[in-house]
Each structure stands twice: as structure tokens, then as C-alpha cells.
Design a protein around this ligand. Structure first.
Ligand code: GDP
Length: 301
């Protein structure tokens, strides 16, 4: 229920537009598809994905001999689900059993990185896992303190150094500490200043190298945090990070704050990175593992 509530802006606007469309057109013709295309694009579904979807729907309508506009609605949700479902097996976080799992969070300032780390720490703690946080954003004023606030709230320790210190050194400390304390999950924050992309990307590479040197298959996940309310900006951020580092999954935040939840499809389809977690609010429990079925269900019913 809380999940559905979190998607209500997107659901209301999408379902409303679809109902109007069916009312206005009645029959499935060229104009109908053109209008549908516009609805999907304005929900941030992404132009390429929309084109494919519309072609698919036209084929399906022809094959099934659908003429009445209201009969195509279930086919639309079916197709959307298919697009998202492709990603389901790989959409789960890779967590090692009885071994340390290292998860690196990257993304620009303000997208919800620290909040997502706090929420995920909470989730793992509830599963009785031993969690440690690494304060790798040594650049932004207040970033270390903000992570500490989350650490206290959730009840997990934070490994930190002074502001301005080398983030790679923080990571080295954190991984040693995680090993000696027999931690299950180490969640690493990183800087998100994008004023100087080259600098930031070099810093992230160095951080990754330190982790890999200590544990050859670490980081086990590199999660890029994107703000769903920023639409095309989120897409271009993703391209910058994808070029610079091996992003293994997306954390899509603030889906509760937008009617344009179609961006989930654009990210999945056009960037080819699985969405692994979605943020639907500011509270501790408002982070969900992405499930295609649950998501499509949240949009249509
Ligand atoms: P960071 O700079 O990337 O670490 O971003 P923060 O974690 O500080 O988050 C920036 C703001 O976004 C804060 O006010 C958070 O409460 C808010 N925020 C983060 N995730 C979500 C979400 O899923 N939904 C909503 N509504 N707000 C969020």
C-alpha cells in the first residue's frame, strides 16, 4: 500500500491520460497512437523506447484484430511489464554469503545518495547483517556529518577521516576495519561534485582501485544514484558515469515526487543498466528493491 502510494503521482497522471485517450478516440487508429506516443513521452519514457513500444502495439493490435480503444489498454500494460521484466533476474543486489560485500555509491550531489545509503543500511540491519559505512565524500562541507547522522539513526558505525582528506585513504581504513570486525556489508559514500568531471572520475577510479586491491572482486556493486524528478538530466548524468566507471545498477530516488515515473523504462531500455532500488520517500523504510511486476501493478491498479 505504501509502495502504491509512493507511485501515486505517476499513476494518477498516467491512468488519467489513458482514460481520456480511450474516451476521446474510441477506435485504435493512427491518431490514437500518435496521442499515446505523446502521453508516454511526457511521462519520460524516452523517445526510442516509446517508438519501439508503439510499433509493438500496432503489430499486436493488428494480430489480435483490436479495434476498440479500451481493448488495447491491457495490451499496453502487458508490453510495459515485458520491457521491465527483462531485467528482473539481474535486478537484485549481488550480496555475498558469509563474506564481505562492498557496495560503492556514486552520483552527483543532491540526488539522494546519503539518504539511500542510510535506508539500505537500515534494510540490511533488519536482516541481521553487520553493516559499516565509509564516509568517502571528504569534499562537500557537511557530507561526513550527514552520513554520521544516518549512522546514528540506524545504529551502524561510520569510518571517517577529516574533511579534505584523501577518499582512497578512507576506503583503505574502511575495508581494513570491515575485515577485522567481520562486517557483512560495507556501504561506501563518494563525492558528487560535478564541477570538474575529470577530477571526480579520477577520484572514483582511485577509490575503486583501493577496494579491488584489498578484495579482488570488490566493489561488488557500483550503484549510480539518480533523481527521478530530473528527467533528461538524470539520463545524461548516467552517461557520464557509465563512461567513467562500471556502473552495475541504478538507485532511482524521489519517484514519489514526480508524475514522470516512465523514466524507469528509459533508464532500463536506453542505458541498459538494471534499476536495482527505488526511493519512494524520505523515511527509513522508503527504499524498495525493484520488481517489474510490482512496479507495473503499482502504475495500473
Ligand atoms: P546526496 O547529496 O546525494 O547525498 O543527497 P541527500 O541524501 O542529502 O538527499 C537530498 C534530498 O533528497 C534530501 O532532502 C532527502 O530527504 C531527499 N530524498 C532522498 N531520497 C528521496 C526519495 O526517495 N523521495 C523523496 N521525496 N525525497 C528523497
Amino acid at each position: 500500500e505504501k509502495f502504491k502510494e509512493g507511485l501515486s503521482k505517476t499513476r494518477n497522471s498516467f491512468v488519467g491520460a489513458m482514460n481520456d485517450l480511450v474516451k476521446n478516440y474510441r477506435t485504435v487508429d493512427e491518431d490514437f497512437f500518435e496521442e499515446l506516443e505523446e502521453i508516454l513521452i511526457s511521462a519520460d519514457v524516452g523517445v526510442h523506447t516509446v517508438m519501439e513500444l508503439i510499433d509493438d502495439l500496432k503489430d499486436e493490435a493488428r494480430k489480435r484484430n483490436i479495434q476498440d480503444a479500451k481493448d488495447i489498454q491491457p495490451v499496453i500494460s502487458e508490453k510495459l511489464a515485458e520491457l521491465l521484466q527483462k531485467s528482473d533476474q539481474e535486478s537484485h543486489l549481488l550480496i555475498k554469503e558469509n563474506e564481505l560485500t562492498v557496495i560503492l555509491f556514486v552520483g552527483v550531489n543532491g540526488v539522494g545518495k546519503t539518504t539511500s545509503i542510510g535506508k539500505l543500511a537500515h534494510k540490511f540491519k533488519q536482516e541481521n547483517k553487520k553493516v559499516l559505512l565509509a564516509a568517502g565524500d571528504t569534499f562537500r562541507a557537511g557530507a561526513i556529518e550527514q552520513l554520521e547522522v544516518w549512522g546514528e539513526r540506524v545504529g551502524v558505525d561510520v569510518i571517517k577521516q577529516q574533511a579534505g582528506s584523501d577518499p582512497a585513504a578512507v576506503m583503505f581504513d574502511a575495508i581494513q576495519s570491515a575485515k577485522s570486525r567481520k562486517v557483512d556489508i560495507l556501504l561506501c559514500d563518494t563525492a558528487g561534485r560535478l564541477q570538474n568531471k575529470v577530477n571526480l572520475m579520477n577520484e572514483l577510479e582511485k577509490v575503486k582501485r583501493v577496494l579491488t586491491k584489498e578484495i579482488p572482486d570488490a566493489p561488488h556493486e557500483v550503484l549510480l544514484v539518480l533523481d527521478a524528478t530530473t528527467g533528461q538530466n538524470a539520463m545524461s548524468q548516467a552517461k557520464v558515469f557509465q563512461k567513467a566507471t562500471d556502473v552495475t545498477g541504478i538507485v532511482l530516488t524521489k519517484l514519489d515526487g514526480t508524475a514522470k515515473g516512465g523514466i524507469v523504462l528509459a533508464i532500463r531500455h536506453e542505458l541498459d543498466i538494471p534499476v536495482k532500488l527505488i526511493g519512494l520517500g524520505e523515511g527509513l523504510d522508503d527504499l524498495y528493491e525493484f520488481e517489474a511486476d510490482q512496479f507495473v501493478h503499482g502504475l495500473f491498479s
